[in-house]
Design a protein around this ligand. Structure first.
Ligand code: ATR
Length: 286
């Protein structure tokens, strides 16, 4: 009898609009090659008005894919159009990973897994503390707030320029999550065990405000989801006062792991060669 996998199509996509700058093909291409899998992974540019048709084509089998990644601006639509989702993804209302299974289009969100796996990898024990500060309340902060809550942080302080967006997340993610305006940032950072920047502040080397990292708890961990540059202004400031930092590139790499395993049947590893490959690509396009 032949292996049933032989009949499964091993081609996946990343869909977005625009999709030109996605680094996902580089990541999955590296794993396909190093694991010796005869599969493919390609970028698909789909405008918002055509996205429902794209999903219909996927479900009907008219498109040559077994699943794929979804990026901006389609994550919410992907969630809504999927047949089957899990509880944590339901709370987020946005999906970044799709796959066909038992005739259904299943969807999940791996951003939180990417976030925690990167920290587990670079700084085991990062989740021992109780008090976390999340700067920013945009799309990227949701999975992070959820992941911090799931890891047992007892107080998660979300600080945002627009207080109403932070409040919306506090309402959504439960009583451990507290909303603050920027004016409260210095106060909530005092004795915090963990700090993450989820805003675009510092992106592309733009100057970012000076924050009182010296008031965080001793041994606090500081991370940033911005990874261009790798050493953001916030990470530099935190290192200057002797804190451990973790850059954001690993989150991008780790969030890709569950999708690859679903589509291609093998669990890939985030290694230094992959990291170096992406850094080289970032430098080539700087
Ligand atoms: P993403 O999906 O990448 O999180 P987003 O939804 O546009 O993008 O959110 C960007 C985040 O960066 C928001 O928290 C935003 O604050 P507002 O909600 O007040 O807009 C924050 N942000 C962007 N530029 C900022 C700035 N100059 N100062 C402070 N916060 C900023």
């Amino acid at each position: 009898m032949s292996d049933s996998r032989e009949t499964i199509n091993h081609h996946a996509f990343v869909v977005g609009y625009p999709i030109k700058h996605s680094r996902s093909p580089l990541i999955h291409g590296y794993w396909l090659k190093t694991l010796g899998i005869a599969g493919g992974y390609e970028k698909v540019d789909v405008a918002p008005e055509a996205f429902a048709d794209f999903i219909a084509g996927l479900k009907s089998g008219d498109l040559p894919f077994c699943g794929g990644n979804v990026t901006i601006p389609h994550k919410e639509a992907a969630y809504r159009l999927a047949d089957d989702t899990d509880e944590l993804t339901d709370e987020l209302g946005a999906a970044n990973t799709l796959w066909l299974e038992d005739g259904k289009l299943k969807a999940t969100n791996t951003d939180g897994i990417g976030f925690t796996a990167n920290l587990d990898d670079c700084r085991p024990g990062w989740d021992r503390g109780g008090r976390a500060v999340v700067l920013g309340a945009g799309g990227a902060s949701r999975a992070i707030i959820q992941a911090l809550r799931e890891r047992g942080f007892s107080e998660i302080h979300v600080v945002n320029r627009s207080l109403d967006r932070a409040q919306e997340l506090a309402d959504r993610f439960g009583p451990k999550v507290h909303a603050h305006a920027m004016a409260d940032l210095n106060e909530v950072m005092r004795k915090a065990d963990f700090f993450v920047n989820t805003t675009s502040l510092g992106m592309g080397g733009e100057p970012a405000p000076q924050l009182p990292f010296d008031t965080l708890a001793p041994g606090a961990v500081v991370t940033d989801i911005v990874y261009v540059p790798l050493k953001t202004s916030f990470l530099e400031q935190a290192e200057r006062v002797g804190l451990t930092t973790v850059d954001g590139l690993g989150m991008l790499l780790h969030q890709a792991v569950p999708g690859f395993e679903k589509w291609f049947g093998k669990r890939p590893v985030v290694d230094d060669t992959l990291r170096a490959l992406i850094i080289a690509d970032m430098e080539a396009h700087a």
